[in-house]
Design a binder for this molecule. Sequence first.
Ligand code: G1P
Length: 288
Amino acid sequence: MIKKAVIPAAGLGTRFLPATKAQPKEMLPIIDTPVIQYVVQECVDSGIEDILIISGKGKRSIEDHFDRNFELEARFQEKDDESLFNQLRHIENMAHIHFIRQKELNGLGDAIYHARFHCGNEPFAVLLGDTIIDSVIPATQQMIDTFEQYRQPIIAVENVPAEKVSRYGIVGGTMISKKLLQLNEMIEKPAVDKAPSTLAVAGRYILTPDIFPILEKTPRGKGNEIQLTDALRILLKHHGIMAQIIEGKRHDLGDKLEFLKTTIEFALKRDEFAKPLREFLKQIIREK
Ligand code: G1P
């Protein structure tokens, strides 16, 4: 059973400036819900309720978001607005959420290293705070199921077009079933001609505590940061690691066009917006 999750959310979000100058990128909303709430919901839907968010400078609003807001609660109670009141209570009670600050931005590997005391001797899930995976079975649940079977760290991957390979961690290995690979290689953001495949690390991991002593010693890599991919590559020398192609649609919300597309897709799934938005989209496309 995996009971703990880590959500790294300390990054600066430079790709989303100026929106992220004074607010965390994880709080940018898809319609009306901050991205990080979708990620926490995925944990909860996968049976995980003990979550550590790796936070940092300028990220206080994430803590406030998952805290109680008595003023709003009182207002909706007064107005007898049960639906909004319940929504608030839902967010406040989603999970046990803890925070730790990454004081210096030394990379994803360093962020995960901050979780060593929280995770102790247990395997844990990692969910990157800027990725949503829309799926019938939550992505983390799919990976937990695989972990229970193989007891090896599991890395979510997805096939990406060759021109996007240099934006991601890329894995290489042997397919052992339609969706599972036994890994023999991992490279962080390789040039396309150095990449072992087009399977990109997709923002979800199931890790074991074996990673912590390695992270402690992993030298700085790509971008002069301590890379989780580099630590996993060291682990791979003496430990099996698997990659899993996730069933579902991944939305990389660090990318502006992806963000826009996700907003439209999610809105089209909501009854209140589907019809008028579809009509609007048809109309502006006709006009172009
Ligand atoms: C991180 C990881 C990379 C992974 C990516 C997924 O990179 O280092 O291996 O493919 O997340 O979104 P970042 O996007 O933080 O640069």
